[in-house]
Design a protein around this ligand. Sequence first.
Ligand code: 5GP
Length: 124
Amino acid sequence: MAYDDENVFARILRGEIPAEKVYEDEHVLAFNDIAHLAPVHVLVIPKGQYVSCDDFTANASDAEMAALMRAVGKVARDLGVVDSGYRMVSNTGPDAGQEVPHFHIHIFGGRRLGGLRRQAGGGE
Ligand code: 5GP
């Protein structure tokens, strides 16, 4: 799947759409989800143009991959959800219901999230 540079996260990265940024570095941007499903609901995205987790893990540099995971940890620490706990979710493709075709990791926290069948993001 080719990268669509008009997707909403590409537009956020270009500053065409506002976002509530919580973290940024050379490779990564993290911002609050516009329709938050938990008190903490942050999206962590690479700045590079990767459609999905599959594209990212196949094609991103080691530096980009390391930066993304470091950013997830930092955001969780900065937002104070390490002790209470948090969940990372990344939807890839149709069966997972990926809506935005730019790789992103959701961080959910700040409340009891329930088991996998009731996880934020839907499902049975
Ligand atoms: P997906 O279903 O692709 O894993 O998640 C996409 C997420 O992007 C959804 O949780 C949705 O609320 C969020 N989202 C969609 N458009 C925007 C936007 O314009 N700004 C922000 N901050 N989040 C968005």
